[in-house]
Write a protein that binds this ligand. Structure first.
Ligand code: AMP
Length: 264
């Protein structure tokens, strides 16, 4: 495959159905390099649920417009055959790959790391931008880049939210109006927890708020140490709350920094 890319280049990998969250990554990319590559590839390897893969929203024409509007210089939408011409060499996410998101999405992070490595091999960018929205994914990608000595600088982008707090996601379009309202419980629970004075109060507030919305089915709500991804303790300096669950048949995730040293 000859992509004829220009360097230095900052790379923004996505699965398409672009929204302002993705566009914010492109804008950040612009501050690192003059050439911005946006990929649009719905990676079958990271979908443990075939219905989720099938229902994943796709809109290539709209995506090209949004990517270019935000400053992309090259939009690349490869086929599955282009990315995986042969049986791919699976990259294991290790033990952390089976925790939190990994409990509920078996093999998901092996699929994510495998595609990201493959995309990196094909494009060799100087920079790659990933959102904090997928906090565990970001942690695992940074670790892979470090462990495999990949010469790419990983840049982190903050979560972009709707005015009412809902974290932007390609999956939000599948929510009904009622479901979208119910989904607001997630950001409400996270911001409520973030104002608590200590970790146990934050955990309690998080769970109580989430439980108050009957249309929300919790997968997990945990506060972890952002540096290690172990469960946070009272002395953790960078506690981060992670939430995942379902509204209607849509799986939603979100996360937020808790007060630094909140437990001390
Ligand atoms: P996806 O298309 O869902 O694979 O996401 C592509 C990239 O956009 C990932 O690095 C995500 O973390 C990031 N992203 C998705 N939603 C948001 C958001 N609301 N704010 C910031 N980054 C996001």
């Amino acid at each position: 495959m000859n992509l004829d890319l220009k360097h230095p280049m900052a790379f923004v990998p996505t699965m398409g159905a672009l929204h302002p969250g993705h566009q914010s990554l492109i804008k950040i990319a612009k501050t690192y390099a003059p050439n911005i590559l946006v990929s649009i590839f719905v990676n079958p390897l990271q979908f443990e649920n075939p219905i989720d893969l099938e229902k994943y929203p796709r809109d290539l024409a709209g995506d090209i417009e949004k990517a270019e509007g935000a400053g992309a210089t090259f939009v690349w939408a490869p086929t599955v055959e282009e990315i995986y011409p042969d049986q791919p060499q699976i990259i294991s996410a290790g033990e952390l790959g089976n925790k939190f998101e990994g409990v509920h999405r078996f093999g998901h992070f092996d699929g994510v790391l495998t595609v990201v490595k493959r995309l990196f091999d094909l494009t060799a960018p100087e920079f790659a931008i990933f959102g904090e929205k997928d906090f565990q994914q970001l942690f695992l990608i940074k670790r892979m880049v470090r462990d495999l000595n990949i010469p790419i600088e990983i840049i982190t982008a903050p979560i972009i939210r709707e005015r009412d707090g809902l974290a932007m996601s390609s999956r939000n379009v599948r929510l009904s109006e009622k479901g979208r309202n119910a989904a607001l419980v997630i950001s409400r629970a996270l911001s409520g927890a973030a104002t608590q004075q200590n970790l146990s109060a934050a955990r309690k507030a998080l769970h109580e708020t989430l439980a108050s919305e009957k249309s929300f089915a919790l997968d997990y709500a945990e506060i972890i140490d952002a540096d290690t991804f172990e469960l946070a303790t009272e002395s953790t300096m960078k506690p981060r709350a992670l939430v995942a669950g379902w509204v209607e048949d849509v799986r939603l995730i979100d996360n937020m920094a808790m007060k630094p040293g909140a437990g001390i």
